[in-house]
Design a protein around this ligand. Structure first.
Ligand code: ATP
Ligand code: MG
Length: 417
């Protein structure tokens, strides 16, 4: 931070002591200018609208309008302002809500001056990176390929299996230019499933982030013998943080310019990179299996997707291992989720294990198996139709015969509050 271009900070907190302490702490910091302080969310939004601060230090719990509602209003009204949420709660739920409202950082009270300044510095660095790497503008005349993300808020539901086989199936049935991106940046295993030698990865694009073009992408992707190009995840988990949400957005934007279809494998979380990926996807395949915790998380994700303003047609629910439901009817799952199951994939441990051990997608190794047939059907569904034929919404039933589902519905609703 330089004193010529100070970081302009607004403080919003209902405690007069906290406001004064923060002002005192920041008064001694070079390169930071406190432009004002407000005692609640509503006045905070007004002050942000007037002063256009770089950063708002926002308390989570306040009267009149809380920090979440204020952060949401600021995100809409002052998109270049970044919110740092402050709270005495450090539960994941508070963090998730703050993040969804657009907060970039989270400070747990009480915090010291070093932590505060380090946080502000991080936000300042990201602002600088955002400016240097604006999202790819839609270039007139440039075709944008279709982007399909394979997501599931629970680990191990088969995202990587489906993403790899789906990408190959789309290539085989359409002959189009298909790319597969492993956006499970910490623990991506697309390379193993496809039997690719780890050479270059998405991290190799980071130093050239401002000048990515089709030639550079061509040097970094790995060509699979099926004809799809694969952008692999970083070779080591600690390298994941080099690929920020803004970088990933830009990379995916460039991939869409270079390919007709971009399939994205994802990680089971709501990190900034995942939300950025889901935001720009044309379609999200939401994978689930019939297990209580998976269904609970899927329901939570559907609620979050609603809060994020995703149209229901953007979501395609795919039930994996659909014949292993432990006696639960699919209609009951649909009622618990309030959403139709749009596609099903059977369970076939023998075929998936053989494919995995040979590094060969099963849609190639065993094209005739039911599981492969299901993936080809899914490829047709995502490529042929703009939206699932079946109406996505299912009226949740009040008379589900499954008691755990009823309990789950209640806790899921409470969790989203
Ligand atoms: N339909 C299926 N029938 C049988 N086994 C399956 C099926 N789908 C996936 N599997 C197996 O389940 C395991 C987990 O699958 P996969 O790695 O694709 O899940 P994931 O959601 O990507 O997991 P992670 O959270 O680790 O990224 C693998 O061993 C895979 O072979
Ligand atoms: Mg995976």
């Amino acid at each position: 931070m330089t004193t010529q271009n100070p970081l302009r900070v607004l403080i919003v907190d209902d405690s007069a002591d906290t406001r004064e302490n923060l002002m005192r702490l920041l008064a001694f910091e070079d390169g930071i200018e406190v432009i004002g302080a407000a005692p609640d969310g509503r006045l905070g939004v007004e002050a942000a609208r007037r002063g256009k601060p770089d950063i708002v230090l926002m308390d989570l719990t306040m009267p009149t309008m809380d920090g979440i509602a204020a952060a949401e209003a600021i995100r809409v009204e002052c998109p270049s302002t970044h919110v740092v949420m402050m709270s005495v709660h450090d539960e994941p739920e508070a963090l998730r809500r703050a993040m969804l409202a657009g907060a970039r950082e989270f400070l747990v009270k009480p915090f010291g001056p070093d932590e505060l300044v380090a946080t502000l510095n991080r936000v300042a660095e990201r602002r600088a990176a955002d400016r240097a790497v604006a999202p790819v503008p839609a270039t007139p005349g440039v075709q944008h390929g279709r982007m399909i993300s394979v997501f599931g808020p629970k680990g191990g539901v088969g995202r990587t299996t489906v993403a790899c086989n789906l990408a190959v199936a789309i290539r085989q049935t359409t002959g189009q230019r298909v790319a597969l991106v492993d956006a499970n940046l910490q623990f991506g295993d697309v390379g193993i499933v496809l039997g690719l030698k780890p050479t270059k990865s998405i991290v190799d694009l980071v130093p050239h982030i401002a000048e990515i073009d089709a030639d550079l992408l061509g040097e970094v992707v790995s060509r699979h013998h099926s004809g799809i190009d694969v952008l692999l995840a970083p070779p080591r988990p600690e390298m994941a943080e080099l690929v920020t949400a803004d970088y990933l957005k830009r990379i995916l934007g460039k991939m869409r310019e270079a390919y007709d279809v971009v399939v994205v494998d994802t990680a089971p979380n709501f990190s900034e990179t995942m939300l950025a990926t889901l935001d720009i996807s044309d379609r999200i395949l939401v994978l689930l299996t019939v297990e209580m915790h998976t269904i609970k998380n899927t329901r939570l994700f559907l609620e979050v997707a609603g809060q994020l303003g995703y149209p229901r047609e953007k979501l395609t629910l795919v039930l994996n291992r659909a014949d292993s439901t432990g006696g639960i009817e699919i209609t009951e799952i649909e009622r618990a989720l309030g959403h139709r199951v749009n596609a099903r994939i059977v369970s076939d441990g023998r075929t998936t294990t053989y494919a995995l051990n040979h590094g060969e997608p099963f849609v190639i190794a065993n094209k005739k198996a039911d599981i492969s047939r299901n993936v080809f059907e899914l490829a047709n569904l995502v490529m042929m139709r703009a939206a699932p034929v079946e109406e996505a919404r299912v009226a949740p039933s009040g008379i589900s015969r499954l008691l755990p589902f009823r309990l789950m519905s209640r806790s899921a609703a409470a969790g989203a509050r």
